[in-house]
Structures are given as structure tokens and as C-alpha cells.
Design a protein around this ligand. Sequence first.
Ligand code: NAP
Length: 303
Amino acid sequence: MKLALVGIGKIARDQHVPALAGSPDWELAATVSRSGKVEKVQDFLRIEDMLQARPDIETVSLCLPPVPRFAAAEAAIRAGRHVMLEKPPGATLSEVHELKRLAERQGVSLFATWHSRMAEAVAPAKSHLSGQRILGGRITWREDVRKWHPGQEWIFNAGGMGVFDPGINALSILTEILPDPVHLAWAELDFPKNRQAPIAARLAFSSNIEADFDFRQEGPQTWDMEFETGTGTLALRMGGNVLEIDGARVGGADSIMGEYPALYARMAGLVRDGASDVDLSPMVLAADAFTLGRRNSVEPFEF
Ligand code: NAP
């Protein structure tokens, strides 16, 4: 199946292009970007031009930041194309609800991807926790924004979500693996004086689960989740790729490179089945943190 990739930035280059190159299901047939290109692939500056020139491309994968994503998704769906959305699936919940309705009306597949849910240890963690009582948990998601989002001004603009851009990956795992849903009970968000989005946040959920998100981590990076259950402990490390039960490593991978191939395999299945997959539960928790959270003003941030 032919696919167009829109927004040739860091994640398109690091993950989407290699995953597509190795996929038995997809051919990267076109790109849309103002500055980025992929060798030997037809490139367009505007999505409208690609949609008009290439009616043979049935699927569009959007790697844009969240704010410009809705307009591109709407154009592709209205043109009768299946659409795959990078995470978070939009800048607002209501716009993603609208995309979902539009995709149903147009009879196309819409996939709101959560790449961290495809991490190696997430499915085994979910099955281990099934039927268990969660007594408490800690999420530590601390990374260096300069390393993972070099010069990306959009991430600290309104709608860019700041530290919730990576933090929502933790929330996507949390909402996938817990036997029962949790709700946000408390939050505190640190906004740099010169920015519109938080650089750090601390959250508390029901079931005694706490989260610590920070974009200022230099040196070793941490993407860990630890839970106490009625029968012992479970930890996910490396962003859901390594599993520990009662302190002993029981499985997983030391690499994150399996996540995007799994996303594209899932998208191929959705298109073949005429189905969609749009789960907004991670974004609901993030939106609640912006609604409920206390705001602190902290040191200005420059890349
Ligand atoms: P990025 O490097 O800034 O790339 C985004 C691309 O979108 C840009 O290259 C830009 O290409 C295009 N674009 C179109 N309109 C834009 C606008 N108004 N502002 C900025 N860029 C615009 O960002 P990224 O890191 O690839 O992230 C894109 C999405 O992937 C985000 O939702 C992010 O959460 C997600 N993601 C990122 C990572 C990561 O490690 N960086 C990991 C997983 C998921 P042109 O200027 O050429 O049009």
C-alpha cells in the first residue's frame, strides 16, 4: 500500500522512514514538507498538492507538531485517505473527536498512534497486572529537551504541551496497562517565565500513583514506572521496553526500535479491516493536568 509522510522532521527521519523501509505492507510514495525530503521519494510542499496529484496514495501519516496537525488530517480525510496521527493526536480533544466523526463519515481508517504502547514490555506488563490490586505507583519521566527536541520552539508554544509531549507517552502506557482506570487528583506545573508550556510537572492520580515529568534532565535519561500490587512489584524501564517483576528482569528489549514497525503493522491491519483506533485516554489525563494544575513560574529557558 502506498503512503505519504507529512512533516519531515526529527521523528519522521529517526523512526518513520526506517520503519517504512523495512515494512512488508507499505511503500513510501511521497513526502510533504517545507524543508525536509527523503531521497528518491517524490516531494511536495503542500498537502493539498500531494492529495490532488497522487490519488493512488491511499494513506497519509502525519508527523507534524500537534497544532498544525488538524488541518492536514482534515484535508486528507476529506480527500478520502486513511490517516495515521503521531502522538499526541491533536492540540485539543475536541478537534480529535471531530476527526473521528469525519473519518467515520468518509469511511476511512483513523489511527491515533501511541508509540510507547508498542514498547516490548507493555503487553506482558498489562497481562501481569490484569486482575491485580494496585496499591501505589511512581512514574519518573525525565529527559533532556535539548537532546530529543533540539531547537523545536513549537514544543514550548501554546498547544505544544511542553514536558507533556514526552510525559503523555508515560500516560499512554499507564492507561493501557492498569486493570482499572485512574483519574487525576492533583498537579503542579512549572512554566519557564519566557514560555507558554511547562518544562516540568508533578502529578498525583487515584490508586496512590504519582508522576514526575522533567525536561531538564542532563546525563542519564529516565523513563521508568514502578507499581506495588497485592502480590509484589512490577517495574517498566526504558520507556516500557524492559520489564522487572519483584526486582528481577524478566523480559523486554534494550532498544526502542520495535515501536514504529509495530505501529505501521497495526495501521496496515486497520486499513485492511476497515477499522479505526482512536483512544484519547492519555490526552484526557494531560488535559486535566492543565485544567487542575497549580502553576509555578520558573527560570527562563533557551535551547
Ligand atoms: P520536528 O523535528 O519539529 O518536525 C516536525 C516537522 O513538521 C517539521 O520538520 C516541519 O517540517 C513540519 N511542520 C509543519 N508545520 C509546522 C509548524 N507549524 N511548526 C513546526 N513544524 C511544522 O518535530 P518532531 O520531533 O519530529 O515531532 C513531531 C511529532 O512527533 C510531535 O507530535 C512529537 O510529539 C512526535 N514525536 C517526537 C519524538 C521525538 O523524539 N522527537 C518521538 C516520538 C514522537 P517543514 O518545516 O519542512 O514543513
